[in-house]
Design a protein. Structure first.
Length: 104
């Protein structure tokens, strides 16, 4: 199987897991009159925010800077500029936020 097919399979598996979690954890509490699309969008936004928060904590990065870099990537579909990534790390180092495993 080619790497692109494996990548697609991994992506689809992840999507399936997210949908299953949404159904099992959130659908029982959704009123019958609710818009399922809006509920999914709300769920998806919360999951994205959770991932960003965990990344910030795990890497010691500032959330606002990371959100800007991610937002720019989502808008342009281009990898972040190395200067932007360096600024995130410099900011974390300057504030003493980098976790011990990264500085060792």
């Amino acid at each position: 199987m080619s790497s692109s097919k494996l990548s697609l399979l991994a992506h689809l598996t992840h999507q399936k897991e997210l949908i299953e979690r949404l159904i099992s954890q959130h659908f029982p509490d959704i009123p019958l009159s609710a818009d399922v699309g809006e509920e999914f969008d709300s769920y998806w936004q919360a999951r994205k925010q959770e991932v960003i928060t965990n990344l910030n904590k795990g890497e010691g990065l500032q959330q606002i800077g990371l959100e800007k870099v991610i937002g720019r990537y989502l808008f342009t579909k281009k990898a972040p500029m190395s200067d932007d990534v360096r600024k995130l790390w410099r900011s974390a180092l300057h504030c003493g936020n980098v976790v011990a495993s990264r500085t060792a």
